[in-house]
Write a protein that binds this ligand. Structure first.
Ligand code: SAM
Length: 275
């Protein structure tokens, strides 16, 4: 019986193709197959280092079917490298599905560590790095996004979010609405020629950022704490007290939102979190 192969989770540059390790290049040269989120993106990295290797795509659209064929390859003794478009496979991409299948089949997996965007953004943000929460992408739908932010709002750790450029303004608006005006940093095009880190408050970021902003973006936001401003917190508590006295939540929110000029939706979501 042949010995089974190994899956290598290979972290690759998040922009600057010089950010590779000797071990990464050796691994890419020696594996039998590369499974890449986008084979065209990976082809640029391989060509830069003169590596010619069979590549197949492994992405959110074909992950389920590909897991089966990759498990067969690994079981038959082939070594496979898994690559994200940028950064570490398994972070905000379908890599975890393959890792779980590999473990279920008793096969071997190891990692070739390297860049990941959230760590670079976090250390450049200037915010507290002792404890942090990596959230990845927030829901695209506004009310789902704000509900999720409501769950995160009291966490005292720095938070890191991935976001698409065309959704950045809407996400900053939700962050201001739900978190209040905390410190934050917007890290864009990290390690690339146009690398930029804008630091300030959430409101300053919202006001300074163009809706046409382009590029890869990671947001870092201060955790809750004595300095975090929660402008509607006292009103949300008032809503919760009214509800405890039998007043309908929507009615309480509507009345208070009119009286104090705040968002009824934000009050509603915030009041749900109050026991
Ligand atoms: N696996 C990747 C990692 O380890 O960082 C993340 C994959 S996720 C699909 C892609 C997101 O990462 C982008 O939408 C952006 O939010 C963030 N990102 C990737 N490259 C970046 C860069 N150079 N600068 C800032 N953010 C980046």
């Amino acid at each position: 019986m042949c010995e089974s192969g190994r899956l290598y989770l290979c972290a690759t540059p998040i922009g600057n193709l010089d950010d590779v390790s000797f071990r990464l290049l050796d691994t890419l040269k020696n594996v039998d197959l590369i499974a890449a989120e986008d084979t065209r993106v990976t082809a640029k990295l391989l060509s830069r280092y003169g590596i010619r290797k069979l590549s197949v795509s492994f992405n959110e659209h074909n992950a389920r079917a590909r897991v089966t064929s990759l498990i067969q390859m690994l079981s038959s003794g082939k070594d496979v490298a898994l690559l994200s478009d940028a950064g570490t496979p398994g972070i905000s991409d379908p890599g975890v599905q393959l890792v779980q299948a590999v473990l279920q089949h008793g096969l071997s997996v190891t990692a070739i560590p390297g860049p990941t965007a959230f760590v670079v953004a976090l250390v450049l943000s200037g915010l507290d790095t002792r404890r942090f929460l990596f959230e990845g992408f927030l829901p695209k739908n506004r009310s789902e996004r704000e509900r999720r932010l409501g769950e995160l709002k009291d966490i005292p750790y720095t938070m890191v979010f991935y976001e698409a450029p065309h959704r950045l303004k809407a996400t900053l608006e939700s962050l201001v609405d739900v978190f209040g005006n905390r410190k934050a940093a917007m890290a864009r095009e990290l390690t690339k020629v146009h690398e930029e880190v804008v630091r300030g408050t959430l409101k300053e970021l919202f006001n300074s950022i163009s809706p046409d902003i382009k590029g890869e973006i990671t947001l870092v936001v201060e955790g809750s704490g004595p300095r975090a401003e929660t402008p509607t917190g006292h009103l949300a508590r008032l809503v919760a007290s009214f509800v405890a006295e039998g007043v309908d939540r929507k009615t309480a929110c509507r009345v208070l939102s009119k009286a104090f000029g705040v968002s009824s939706r934000v009050l509603y979501n915030d009041s749900l979190a109050i026991k």
